[in-house]
Design a protein around this ligand. Sequence first.
Ligand code: HEM
Length: 53
Amino acid sequence: MASMAPDLSVSKMSLEDRIALITYGKGAMPPQQGILDAATISGIAAYIEEFRD
Ligand code: HEM
């Protein structure tokens, strides 16, 4: 994939871990801290659950 980002529909990460990953970044994924506030990050992390089968 051009962005190198994983398919979120197959993510098995817990909600808590996903919030931390979005906040602090990991590997090629840039941190969103200072870009998105904590409430927005929590909302996105919960929304990603809907991508799962
Ligand atoms: C607000 C924006 C973003 C959100 C909500 C988001 C969300 C996520 C989540 C939830 C994961 C974990 C998937 C899993 O393994 O279960 C992830 C991983 C990753 N994302 Fe993002 N992402 C964002 C922006 C980006 C951007 C801009 C890039 C690339 C320029 C990116 C690249 C990656 C990569 C490479 C990983 C794999 C990290 C690793 O396991 O080493 N992400 N992202």
